[in-house]
Design a protein around this ligand. Structure first.
Ligand code: TUI
Length: 307
């Protein structure tokens, strides 16, 4: 399947792996790229030099295109933005903010820039700033989210910009892929399904929680202070939501989540860790290789789209 995104990124299939903090490291990114999608290293809150090492490991593992997701709240974002250029990374996606201040540097270096947006206004601003494409991410997604759903956001962004749009949020199979194409998207970005990939280094306990999750098992924390984060409900989210209802200050809430994503991903703490996952976790039923996932999704989508 050819779209402006497969042409722009020189990839075989229009499937991009989400740039998930802690989860999207070199093993997962190189597996997705080797399978014909676009693998991403998720910078999350990691130190800049760690990201450089991750980039170098992907380069050793595959000669296919891959990218880096720069989470803009990272305190070392400036250094990571520069490392992306120094290491010759071809694609950058950004999240949780406005990447405007890096745009000129990246464009000059020939890096393809794809900001993740959660609104039409942000999509238009990014297009004006020189973005090559945007990811329109609905609130079905795991992690830090906006307020519009994928179903409503994607067609509105498609109508508002001329650059290609990638749909994200609630997509995990060929039906979601085909539906995204129908909404005008030219690729999809998936996170939750890749969390349980065989090549994903996520702790088995976390993977089991995603595989066992039902449709309404996620919870959004952080709405009281403007940083909503979707994750699978557990002891930590119950406590968080309770404190939020009582009007607890941010400093107190932060104590619950500090280091909690690492606790879940690395240590497998499903009780007090942050189990970021999207609403589509209920559809994710087994661990497969990235290649198996991509092949299955493309075969199903092509059948549906040809009908
Ligand atoms: O960035 C994400 N998802 C993320 S980042 C992340 S790391 C984190 N960990 C703990 C707490 C908070 C964050 C986990 N998940 N998705 C892309 C995304 N970007 N969703 C929404 C946005 C967004 C929000 C505001 C993009 C732009 C924006 O603009 C604000 C502005 O500056 O105008």
């Amino acid at each position: 399947m050819k779209t402006r995104i497969t042409e722009l990124l020189e990839i075989k299939y229009p499937i991009i792996q989400g740039g998930m903090a802690w989860v999207a490291e070199h093993n997962l990114a190189s597996a997705v790229s080797e399978a014909g999608g676009l693998g991403l290293i998720g910078a999350g809150g990691a130190p800049a030099e760690f990201i450089r090492e991750q980039i170098q490991k992907v380069k050793e593992a595959t000669d296919k295109p891959f990218g880096v997701n720069l989470m803009l709240m990272n305190p070392e974002a400036d250094d990571i933005a520069r490392i992306i250029v120094e290491e010759g990374v071809k694609v950058v996606t950004t999240g949780a903010g406005n990447p405007g201040k890096y745009m000129a540097m990246w464009k000059e270096a020939g890096v393809k820039v794809i900001p993740v947006v959660a609104s039409v206004a942000m999509a238009k601003m990014m297009e004006r700033g020189g973005a090559d494409a945007v990811v329109a991410e609905g609130m079905e997604s795991g992690g830090h989210i906006g307020s519009a759903t994928t179903m409503t956001l994607v067609p509105q962004v498609v109508d508002a910009v001329t650059i290609p749009v990638i749909a994200a949020g609630g997509i995990a199979d060929g039906r979601g892929f085909a539906a995204s194409i129908m909404l005008g998207a030219e690729a999809v970005q998936m996170g939750t399904r890749f969390v349980v990939a065989k090549e994903s280094i996520v702790h088995e306990n976390y993977k089991k929680k995603v595989i066992g999750a039902k449709d309404i098992d996620s919870e959004v924390t952080g709405t009281s202070h403007g940083h909503p984060v979707r994750q699978i409900r557990n002891n930590m989210t119950r406590e968080y939501v309770k404190l939020e209802k009582e009007g607890a200050p941010f400093e107190e809430l932060e104590k619950l989540t500090l280091g909690a994503l690492r606790k879940a991903v690395v240590e497998g703490d499903t009780v007090n860790g942050t189990l970021m996952a999207g609403q589509i976790a209920g559809l994710v039923k087994k661990e497969q290789t990235c290649a198996e996932m991509i092949q299955e999704i493309m075969a199903e989508a092509e059948k549906l789209l040809n009908r």
